[in-house]
Design a protein around this ligand. Structure first.
Ligand SMILES: [Fe+2]
Length: 275
């Protein structure tokens, strides 16, 4: 990995528009103040996709055939690694450069993704490790089992990580991934998306999902997206174009907020039942 000599922004100060947004605690997507007070928000189990959705072919073998069993957690699961900023490298949140030997970085549309991690009351969730992984601009993953014919980009690894600050904010830079075909139906394509996971206070506390990009018509064609019951729930997985945070002559910005639980919870693939 090579550190780009001309790129001081990532890991340093965001641009002015971004600072402006970050200085507005309690604000949520759409600029409205989130839930306040101590109300109880009952979980809506119909919000999530059911485990068995045959149009998403692998759900047939992945979905449980019997009632789940509950196991007590072990001490190591409850106490093992808690990540801090000292474990992150300076380019970990810059996928354009963190794998590149060429200072110009990866090929593709340059974007900034930023947002907040909040709980069901709209309170920020600080010091939370977020990991991201994605295909390159041509829609190809750097993975030995990848079968798509699009070429690899030698300067793009496809993964990165960052940690939320004291107000729950996070930011990373990358290139916008391309859509790719996958062997589900005869002609199914995944919309452009970035996978992400969030760690809690211990390694076993991990939530996993993926987000899409506003305006992409492929979102509404995807068999995986179609397993989600409502448009409103799907929209929680769509990052919104934010021209106010765009870096002129450099990168467009997308905002993606993550709600851990409650009425507006982000959909998590590995905890379909919710938190
Ligand atoms: Fe993917």
């Amino acid at each position: 990995m090579t550190a780009p000599a001309d790129d001081k922004r990532v890991g340093g100060e965001p641009n002015a528009a971004f600072r402006e947004k970050k200085s507005a605690p309690g604000q949520t997507p759409g600029g409205q103040r989130d839930n306040v007070g101590n109300s109880y928000f009952m979980r809506d189990r119909s919000w999530h996709a059911p485990a068995l959705t045959p149009l998403y072919k692998t759900s047939v073998t992945r979905s449980p055939q019997r009632a789940p069993l509950s196991f007590a957690t072990t001490l190591s699961e409850e106490t093992s690694p808690v990540f801090g900023n000292d474990t992150l490298g300076p380019l970990d949140n810059d996928l354009i450069h963190n794998f590149a030997s060429d200072p110009a970085g990866a090929i593709g549309p340059r974007i900034v993704v930023y947002g907040r991690v909040i709980d069901e009351m709209g309170r920020p969730v600080p010091n939370t490790l977020i990991e991201v992984w994605q295909a390159n601009a041509g829609g190809r993953y750097r993975h030995k089992k990848e079968g798509y014919l699009a070429p690899l980009d030698p300067n793009f690894g496809g993964c990165g990580r960052t940690i939320t600050d004291e107000n729950g904010w996070f930011e990373f830079r990358t290139i916008q991934p391309g859509p790719y075909p996958w062997p589900n139906g005869p002609n199914d394509w995944r919309p452009a998306h970035i996978h992400f996971s969030i760690f809690g206070h211990a390694f076993a506390q991990r939530l996993i999902s993926q987000f899409y990009f506003e305006g992409d018509p492929m979102i509404w064609q995807c068999p995986i997206v179609k397993t989600i019951p409502t448009k409103e729930a799907i929209e929680t997985l769509v990052a919104k174009l934010d021209m106010g945070a765009t870096i002129p002559m450099d990168a467009r910005a997308y905002r993606f907020d993550i709600v851990l639980r409650g009425r507006r919870q982000t959909l998590f693939e590995n905890r379909m039942e919710g938190l």
